[in-house]
Design a protein around this ligand. Structure first.
Ligand code: SAH
Length: 268
């Protein structure tokens, strides 16, 4: 396999059976569960998934690996191997053909991480659970709480509860990547806020404006980026008990929701 392609597609293959076991356990996978595996590679996770007797759809972007996988798993009826880019799978709404409450599993390439999580959480047919191997630092950012919130954490925690299952040394992969990884479990939670389209728009308008220059006081970000009078922001702060010297990193998801309800017009 060419080195360039390996790099472009983020191909680092897991070789540690202990970690594979932890991923499968984190998914609490039962026979007949529907699994979407992203980037099966040479099939080390796929093999473990097959053994759970779940129904698996595995999407792989590297055509060479498709041939390899089809040959390796030709006798398994509970696995469907699909050639393609996972982003196109969502663009074409193919995810809607999966059973409700399907689960997502994958040791995915780094370049895909935040975009993929966004696609999964925003889709109509949201998975029941998402278990991914991602960069350690990104996993740590996703689970942050006030006073260390960040845009990625807020975007994900609005829809889901994330938790780190375990950290994974770069030695568990071949070829060995430069950085360590972590297995993260993201469990979507439906709330009256995140299922309300108007509120979803308001929330994201709010956090994008708030985190634009995260070191600045939040009130300055909001008044500059949303063109709101400081007096109005101060009133909203008062009613929500937010202190004037807050930065974006200090606010909880509930505070962001309340602020967006008070400060953002219905027609954003
Ligand atoms: N799951 C395997 C492989 C991990 S490497 C293992 O743990 O060993 C990441 C895999 O994702 C590679 O096989 C790569 O070809 C595939 N991939 C990269 N970008 C992709 C995309 N956009 N859609 C689907 N698969 C992709």
């Amino acid at each position: 396999m060419s080195f360039n392609k390996q790099k472009r597609l983020g191909q680092v293959f897991l070789k540690d059976q202990g970690i594979i076991k932890k991923i499968i356990q984190a998914g609490e996978i039962k026979p007949k569960d529907q699994i979407l595996e992203i980037g099966p590679g040479k099939g080390i996770l796929t093999q473990a998934l097959i053994e759970t007797e779940a129904d698996i759809v595995a999407i792989e972007k590297d055509r060479e690996l498709i041939g390899f996988l089809k040959n390796k798993f030709k006798n398994h009826l509970n696995l469907k191997i699909v050639y393609g880019d996972i982003r196109d799978f969502f663009k074409k709404d193919e995810d809607r053909k999966l059973k409700r409450n399907y689960k997502v599993i994958g040791n995915i390439p780094y370049y895909l991480t935040s975009h993929l999580i966004q696609l999964l959480l925003e889709s109509e047919n949201q998975p029941q659970d998402i278990i991914l191997m991602i960069q350690k630092e990104v996993a740590q950012r996703i689970v942050e709480q006030p006073p260390k919130m960040n845009l990625l954490a807020a975007s994900i925690q609005f829809y889901a509860k994330p938790g780190i299952i375990c950290y994974v040394s770069k030695n568990s992969f071949s070829p060995k990547p430069k950085i360590d990884s972590a297995v993260i479990k993201i469990t979507p939670i439906k709330t009256k806020e995140n299922t309300n389209k108007i509120l979803v728009k308001k929330f994201f308008t709010m956090i994008k404006a708030g985190f634009k220059q995260p070191r600045k006081l939040l009130i300055n970000n909001l008044s500059n980026n949303l063109k709101i009078e400081k007096e109005n922001i101060k009133k909203a702060y008062q009613s929500l008990n937010i202190s004037l010297d807050s930065r974006a990193q200090d606010l909880s998801i509930n505070r962001w929701i309340s602020l967006s309800l008070l400060l953002i017009e219905d027609d954003v």
